[in-house]
Write a protein of this length. Structure first.
Length: 373
């Protein structure tokens, strides 16, 4: 089965192709009564859309969202919400040269073997264009999470190729085309990406997503752990090759005396757990980092095969992101929102009546961002 649906109670089904008529999604299970306007969604789509700077693909898409159903007088009704984004700037001719051959590192080879048919135009269903509906659905989820629980979800580009950009301030993230959290690093990133583009090459990235204000108790033990669902969703994002929760692989070299987050009546003293213990949220920021691979469509000629198995070379022309991590940043936020709303609704269904005498210590003394991970 080719699965295009994410979530159990807040279910998002994604449809469309890169160069088809339109892309979009249907959200089933959105709580009724949520005030929602197209602008709540558009603002997020505008952050992901292509062509916003010279450092991303130059495809020109307005990515205007149309809400087709599920709303009455500006509020959700509980009925399925259909969101449509029409494709406008498809240049399918760019892909004729690779229609009978496989781009190394792209999905061409595996799609062909699996389905026996492939839409080469813009990568078809494997295109990151299909992350736009994810962002649209994520905007609905984050609107509910913000209003219901005060959850704020933000992401930043923590590393671009070899250049690590440590967190400085959330204010800086919205100030630059890279979504990095230190505006003083922008010039260095620009020089690096300009050179990469000149060489026709690409690079990988690290993106960190943080959800603040997540209530304690979301998630389940064993298979439906919050961290497992986060990893599942984040690995569903194109080009992601690794997901870390909190200290992630850094935990390998930590000692127990360092990793375990100590608790005081006033709060946690660190957040190496990344806000999840036993698959359940601690109430601390939920922190997820993604390792993103370098874009496979590059101008540099590489060896491959054609559909008959003959040796060929492939150099991909057309418009591509030299580092997909840049535009992946808003998508990672959306995926965090989709997982959290699903778990918030599941928690409400099973455990809404539970109450314990213990204070929610994560609310007492929030850590400085630099100590959250
Ligand atoms: C926001 C975003 C933009 C992307 N843009 C491109 C692109 O321009 N060219 C390309 O070859 N891959 C791009 N990708 C990555 C491909 O979609 C992805 O590598 C491909 O579908 C193969 O899947 P996999 O890398 O997950 O195995 C992008 C990914 C993201 C998240």
């Amino acid at each position: 089965m080719s699965a295009s649906t994410l979530g159990s109670l807040f279910r998002v089904t994604n449809f469309g192709e890169s160069h088809g008529a339109a892309i979009g999604c249907v959200i089933d299970g959105c709580p009724p009564g949520l005030e929602l306007a197209a602008d709540d969604i558009q603002v997020e789509l505008d952050r992901r859309k292509p062509g916003t700077s010279r450092h991303v693909t130059q495809r020109r898409e307005s990515d205007s969202v149309e809400i087709l159903s599920g709303l009455y007088e500006g509020k959700t009704t509980g009925a399925p919400i259909a969101l449509l984004i029409r494709n406008q700037d498809a240049r399918s001719k760019d892909y004729e040269a690779i229609a009978d051959r496989f781009r190394p590192g792209h999905a061409d080879y595996t799609y062909w073997h699996k389905f026996g048919v492939r839409d080469p135009r813009g990568g078809g269903r494997a295109s990151a264009r299909l992350t736009a509906p994810t962002v649209a659905a994520g905007a609905v989820a984050r609107t509910w999470l913000k209003r219901q629980h005060g959850v704020v979800i933000r992401a930043y580009l923590a590393q671009l190729g070899p250049i690590a950009v440590p967190f400085r301030s959330w204010d800086d993230v919205h100030d630059n085309a890279f979504f990095c959290a230190d505006r003083t690093a922008v010039a260095k990133l620009e020089t690096f990406v300009d050179e990469l583009r000149r060489m026709g090459d690409s690079c990988g990235a690290r993106v960190t997503v943080v959800a603040d204000g997540v209530p304690v108790g979301l998630g389940s033990p064993i298979y439906d752990r919050l961290d497992a669902d986060l990893a599942h969703a984040m690995m569903g994002l194109n080009a992601v090759k690794g997901v870390e929760i909190g200290a992630g692989f850094g935990a390998v070299t930590q000692r127990g005396s360092e990793h375990s987050d100590e608790m005081t009546p006033d709060g946690f003293l660190s957040n190496h757990a990344g806000g999840v213990l036993g698959g359940i949220s601690t109430g601390q920021p939920v922190v997820v980092s993604l390792a993103i691979k370098p874009t496979s469509s590059i101008r540099i000629e590489r060896r491959s095969i054609d559909v008959s198995g003959n040796a060929v070379t492939v150099a991909t022309l057309g418009r591509h992101d030299p580092c997909v991590g840049i535009r992946a940043t808003p998508v990672a936020e959306a995926l965090m929102a989709l997982v959290l709303i699903d778990h918030a609704l599941l928690h409400r269904a099973q455990c809404a009546d539970v109450s314990v005498p213990t204070p929610d210590i994560a609310r007492r003394l929030p850590l400085e961002p630099s100590r959250q991970r």
